[in-house]
Ligand binder design. Structure first.
Ligand code: NG1
Ligand code: MG
Length: 519
């Protein structure tokens, strides 16, 4: 389902009816402020939303399918472009934020043939824009060669995805920035797949070995549907509608207000998990596949993935005569058993042990897995990580099957359909807590409080170690879940009024990236 990013004619092409009362003034403010700031109107607005992941956590970078949905909160860029002088050595970017007090306007020149300077060690609000800009320039130079001339751009941003809360404000900004720069540069029909791939690579350039779920969800999502995103054999996405259920199912997003910043904790959390999964793929390949088999180079952040091992493993199995076609579920179940029998060390594996299994030296191991971004660990818990990945990939398939072939169709939930969806979420939470170790005490508490107050299921969403959680709640229990969280969690923390207001949000699946031409 690729194709160009849609052009919206009215805001109701983008937002659900309930959101229009707040979105219309927000957009008016954006274009009015643009004109006041730059002295002429914007020509278009590029928009990309945040996302919440429903199920499929920490498996995108192992190239297993995931099921996120876009939320209404988004990043908007109002844009005007003018051609740079034909002999100009640089072009000029002026960028500002509607929250001028919080984010200072920036004005910078970029060499027409050179690169965009980004200091990833500095927290600078324009870094994500710059990473999008850099990615687009590289792409357009590759596409059009010398014929490509960058343009001067004026931009005004308005973003309302909470930052650092697990809702992917970063992917929203990078996707919207990339879209803005593409269109400003004259590529007005932007292919969704191209935009997603661009945003994935651009975001990796600012210090996180991320998978591609956030950008795919931000770009491809459709209103009223979750998005089934696959990364292998190539990036693809399709909307999956939620069947009508009674009671109606609500997605409730709850903030823990525990901040976990990947730029800071990457070496012991996120980036370390990416390294562990890639090492596990290499380890399983070395131990289980015939001697000499190399894992294929793929779109995983470190170039090999558990999905790559998965494919080679079954290719060699069927090659050995035991040809038998297994469903995806059966393959994953088999891999789960094989991995548990192979990776027996609960305490983890040292560098020496992994290197020995791969038949390489420790310096070679470091160069291959730990040179791109630093990680800190004495032991790599390959068994726990792999068991999480294979079982989580199975849960995604289970969830998808439930949605696409719901047993329940009647007016009341007699078959326990909602409860089955919820149970899968709860299993994910247990796996994230015990095997992947990406939850935290506060998130565990939040999930327990919510379930006790009537949620079908609750779990950490996004990278974890803080941030957000997602809850599947029957409409008639949203109030009691909210009250319980207020009483047992939020009232015990010191929160600002702004934090209180965003602590619990009921979210409906929203639209992905869009363009709007200012009339
Ligand atoms: P967050 O931190 O919620 O944006 C991150 C990754 C995803 C995915 C999830 C875990 C980035 C930009 N995104 O999401 O690709 O791996 O963690 O499922 O790092
Ligand atoms: Mg992010």
């Amino acid at each position: 389902m690729s194709g160009p990013v849609p052009v919206a004619n009215t805001l109701s092409d983008i937002y659900p009816a309930a959101a229009l009362a707040t979105e219309a003034p927000r957009w008016n403010n954006l274009v009015t402020k643009f004109e006041a700031l730059y002295g002429h109107p914007a020509s278009f607005v590029a928009r990309s939303p945040g996302r919440v992941n429903i199920i499929g956590e920490h498996i995108d970078y192992s190239l297993y399918s995931v099921l996120p949905m876009a939320i209404t909160a988004d990043a908007l860029f109002a844009v005007a472009a003018t051609p740079a002088a034909p002999d100009a050595k640089t072009f000029r970017i002026r960028i500002a934020n509607v929250e001028a007090g919080k984010f200072a306007a920036k004005d910078f020149e970029v060499p027409v043939t050179g690169d965009v300077d980004i200091d990833a060690t500095q927290f600078e609000w324009t870094n994500y824009f710059k990473s999008g800009l850099r990615g687009v320039l590289q792409l357009l130079r590759k596409k059009h060669g010398k014929a490509f001339r960058p343009v001067n751009m004026e931009l005004l941003m308005d973003g309302n995805v909470p930052v650092g809360g697990g809702l992917s404000s970063s992917a929203a900004v990078v996707s919207a920035s990339s879209l803005a720069v593409m269109v400003a540069s004259g590529d007005t029909s932007v292919d969704k797949k191209e935009l997603t791939e661009l945003a994935i690579v651009s975001e990796r350039a600012v210090g996180v070995n991320s998978g591609g779920m956030d950008q795919a969800a931000s770009v491809f999502s459709e209103q009223g549907a979750a998005l089934y995103v696959s990364f292998s054999p190539e990036l693809s996405a399709r909307p999956v509608k939620f069947p009508p259920t009674s009671p109606e199912l609500c997605f409730v997003i709850v903030q823990s207000f525990v901040t976990s910043n990947k730029q800071v904790t990457g070496p012991i959390h996120y980036n370390l998990r990416v390294v562990e999964c890639s090492m596990a793929a290499a380890y399983l390949n070395a131990v289980l596949n015939p001697a000499g088999v190399q894992l294929p180079e793929d779109a995983g952040p470190l170039g090999i993935s558990l999905q790559g091992f998965h494919d080679t493993f079954f290719r060699h199995q069927s090659g050995s005569g035991a040809a038998q076609t297994l469903s995806k579920e059966e393959e994953l179940k088999k891999l789960l058993a094989v991995a548990e029998a192979t990776l027996t060390q609960e305490e983890g594996y040292t560098r020496d042990e992994v290197a020995a299994a791969l038949g390489i030296t420790v310096p070679e191991l470091k160069a291959r897995f730990m040179s791109r971004l630093p990680v800190r660990a004495e032991r790599f818990k390959l068994r726990q990580r792999v068991v999480h990945v294979f079982s989580e990939a199975l849960r995604v398939l289970g969830f998808l099957t439930l949605l696409e072939r719901p047993v329940h169709t009647g007016a009341s939930d007699t078959t326990g359909f909602n409860a089955q969806l919820g149970e899968l979420l709860n299993e994910t939470q247990a796996s994230c807590r015990d095997l992947y170790e990406c939850s935290c005490a506060e998130l565990d508490d939040i999930c327990a409080i919510s379930r006790a107050a009537g949620a079908y299921g609750a779990r950490v969403t996004g990278a974890g170690w803080g941030g957000c959680s997602v809850h599947l709640v029957p409409a008639d229990r949203v109030a009691s879940v909210t009250e319980a969280l207020e009483r047992e969690y939020f009232s015990k923390r010191e929160l600002t009024a702004e934090q209180r207001a965003s602590a619990v949000v009921v979210s409906r699946p929203a639209t992905g990236s869009a363009l709007y031409y200012v009339k």
